[in-house]
Design a protein around this ligand. Structure first.
Ligand code: NAD
Length: 491
């Protein structure tokens, strides 16, 4: 059985693609055209139960005890196999999201491959600390810890960077010997399904990777997080859903790792090279049509250069090329769905009601009959708003940003930190000391200086406040995906 054929995207349970039940399906829509491209088989509760049971069985049958070198070799084969099927993954990613070909190639699928190779390296190199403890009478005890897999891990991921964010969790989870049940976003089911085939081909035992499709409430997401057989949840998505999932797993005291929303700020000091700063800021606002949790939605600009930055950014926004995702000249795709566009149109109206001046954008572009059914929106910039406006307080998750002037460094820091979120920030300055100083004062998980989205996978990643709980990446991923047992031996 193929993962995606006969127009169906299938669940993958216990090493096999499940024959779809025609009574339980939902449409997979290409957001660039609005056309239905496939049906997705929605997993019911018994199927999710089968997936969790299969995962437990995979652990018990020896996956959890596989030598690390075998698991890491498997991850490397997976990376090689995605590379061989690169174009297939790119096509699946584009069909799910409408994102431009160049981005799917250079970012999403490439970074997925890097995720498998990097976590293979990290887990292969990981050691454990040990302590010699002095005891009374001149004796000693040796303390050392051994790592065990967390167990059956529920992996719940969003639609914005579906393959990249999925593999960011799948690679370390499998490297640590866990068995997983993945619930991809209902908007983007394809790449997780293709990955199932690649993992099986690479030799992953049946049950160690399962995919169940569906929605959140009263569907596969909730069936999975409420299942008594899971040992932990790693979740990337909105803060509201994260809060809900936390309540769901609380009665069974399961560990959670939450990568949630953001309302990220950029601070631009008047010592910058305007052109360089505008290039970096434009990338941070418009990449993936603003649908990256790390995207900048609040831009604080020192007053002397406010007009120059505003004019430069408006020019960049207007030079973006919206259009056919498969055209290599397209820079910007659609939003993920009509529902998400409705939400953003609501914020466009709210901004105007709050007295914003629209520097550019503010509506729906006309892209011709082929694309008019898609969920397109114009890249939009506002001035004239303040931190008290909802537009500057709530995550919008689109190609939009508000520009606000400031005078002093302290004021900029206070404005940037005036949020319940705490995911990312970017400081743009040519003053070396100021860059370090301000970056450290940001109340966020990742604080960039003169760059944005530059990632080192060995470093910790996550958010504060509404932006999440815990860190993944490098050793932090090992901490979440494994449990240490300390062994104390009296010598
Ligand atoms: P979402 O919270 O609506 O959905 C995320 C996933 O959770 C989906 O698979 C969804 O089906 C599932 N889900 C929804 N309700 C559920 C429930 N009750 N029980 C179990 N599962 C449930 O988020 P989204 O709209 O898919 O993604 C966008 C959000 O993700 C934004 O807020 C963005 O900032 C955030 N995000 C965060 C990061 C990060 O690393 N911090 C990365 C990417 C996206």
């Amino acid at each position: 059985m193929k993962p995606i054929h006969d127009g169906w995207i299938r669940n993958f349970v216990d090493g096999e693609f499940v024959e779809p039940d025609s009574r339980r399906g939902f449409d997979q829509i290409d957001p660039s055209t609005g056309r239905i491209v496939a049906r997705v088989h929605e997993a019911d509760r018994p199927l999710v139960d089968r997936a969790v049971t299969a995962a437990r069985r995979a652990l018990d049958r020896g996956w959890a005890d596989t030598p690390v070198r075998e698991r890491t070799a498997l991850l490397r084969r997976v990376a090689d196999r995605i590379e061989e099927r690169f174009d297939e993954f790119v096509a699946a990613e584009i069909s799910d999201t409408g994102k431009p070909l160049t981005q799917a190639r250079e970012l999403d699928v490439t970074r997925a491959i890097v995720n498998f190779r990097t976590f293979a390296d990290i887990v292969a190199a990981a050691g454990q600390e040990s302590f010699l403890t002095d005891l009374a009478g001149g004796r000693q005890a040796l303390n050392y810890a051994v790592r065990k897999p967390l167990g059956v891990v529920a992996v719940i991921v969003p639609w914005n960077l579906p393959l990249l964010l999925l593999t960011w969790k799948v690679a370390p989870a499998l490297a640590c010997g866990n068995a997983i049940v993945v619930k991809p976003s209902e908007e983007t089911p394809s790449t997780a399904t293709l990955l199932a085939e690649v993992l099986a081909e690479a030799g992953l035992p049946a049950g160690a990777y399962n995919v169940v499709h569906g929605f959140g409430a009263d569907s596969a997401g909730e069936y999975l997080t409420t299942h008594p057989g899971i040992d932990g949840v790693t979740f990337t998505g909105s803060s509201a859903t994260g809060a809900h999932v936390m309540k769901t797993v609380a009665p069974r005291v399961r560990p959670v790792s939450f990568e949630l929303g953001g309302k990220n700020a950029a601070i631009v000091f008047d010592d910058v090279n305007i052109d360089e700063a505008v290039t970096g800021l434009a990338k941070s606002i418009f990449t993936n049509t603003g649908q990256v949790c790390l995207c900048t939605e609040r831009v604080y600009v020192q007053r002397a250069i406010f007009d120059d930055i505003a004019a430069g950014l408006a020019e960049r926004a207007e030079s973006l090329r919206l259009g056919d995702p498969n055209d290599p000249n397209t820079t910007t795709g659609p939003l993920i769905s009509q529902g998400h566009r409705d939400k953003i149109l609501g914020y466009l109206r709210l901004a105007e009601e709050s007295g914003a001046k629209v520097l550019t954008g503010g509506g729906i572009p006309e892209l011709g009959p082929d694309l008019d059914g898609g969920s397109w929106i114009e890249p939009t910039l506002w001035t004239g708003l303040t931190n008290t406006d909802r537009v500057l307080r709530e995550e919008i998750f689109g190609p939009v940003a508000a520009l606000v002037p400031f005078d002093t460094e302290d004021e900029a820091i206070a404005l940037a930190n005036d949020t319940e979120y705490g995911l990312a920030s970017a400081v743009w300055t040519n003053d070396l000391r100021r860059g370090h100083r301000v970056a450290q004062k940001m109340h966020v998980g990742i604080s960039w200086v003169n760059t944005w989205f530059t990632r080192e996978l060995r470093s910790p990643f996550g958010g504060m406040g509404l932006s999440g709980i815990g860190r993944e990446g490098g050793e932090s991923s090992l901490h979440f995906y494994s449990e240490p047992t300390n062994i104390c031996v009296q010598l």
